[in-house]
Design a protein around this ligand. Structure first.
Ligand code: ZN
Length: 214
């Protein structure tokens, strides 16, 4: 009992650290956000990035430089705090409409699948519905051009049908990175065929145009 109390007291005395760089906490914000050094280094646009093609999307910043490096890092295990800090920024800078229901895009790979879309959706603290599932594994998108990518993805998803009790009129797809949008378009098609209305996609990083080869 005393040991448990002592351990608890010690956790109260530990100085807060930045959830991203683990450096000393230097901000008046609660210690769930990145420290000011990290914010300077990441140089994210204050109001995020938004666009309409190939579907309406919102992102924390371009998938390049320090944000790209950090997103590769948060795919590793035990990076929950860093991911949560980025998701907090995403929800503050790009608030979703009150009616939004989040649908994470499921990963291609069965093994070592990407857990980020689901973790981001949960971190945004909005109603989340796992409506999508992959119908087949699909070829690796890696060496395909844009048209081949889109063909490869047709019918790649199936969506659960509309629930009449709770019509989903404002679905937001969630992914970690938006590149060509082929995957997002295939996901949107499956959802719309099942009766849902997809308002857009929210993600952490948007690949800059010059790098959208796939
Ligand atoms: Zn930091």
């Amino acid at each position: 009992m005393h040991r448990a109390l002592l351990a608890f007291a010690q956790t109260l005395l530990i100085e807060p650290r930045c959830p991203i760089c683990d450096g000393p906490w230097d901000s008046p914000l609660p210690p769930t956000a990145p420290c000011s050094t990290c914010l300077d280094r990441l140089a994210l646009p204050l109001k995020g990035l938004k666009g309409l093609l190939p579907l309406p999307w919102s992102a924390l910043g371009p998938y390049a430089g320090p944000l790209r490096k950090l997103l590769l890092q948060v795919r590793q295990p035990r990076q929950g705090k860093a991911l949560a800090a980025l998701v907090q920024l995403l929800s503050e800078r790009l608030p979703l409409p009150a009616t939004a229901v989040l649908v994470p895009i499921p990963s291609w790979k069965r093994q070592r699948s990407n857990p980020l879309p689901q973790q981001i959706a949960l971190g945004l603290g909005r109603p989340t519905a796992a409506l999508l599932r992959r119908t087949r594994a699909g070829l690796s998108q890696h060496h395909l051009n844009k048209t081949q990518c889109q063909t490869n993805l047709i019918g790649a998803f199936q969506a659960s049908p509309l629930n009449k009790q709770r019509a989903l009129s404002s679905v937001w797809l969630v992914d970690d990175i938006l590149t060509t949008g082929s995957t997002a378009l295939a996901a949107r098609q499956a959802l719309e065929e099942a009766g849902h209305r997809v308002a857009g996609l929210i993600c952490l990083g948007r690949t800059p145009a010059r790098e959208r080869r796939r």
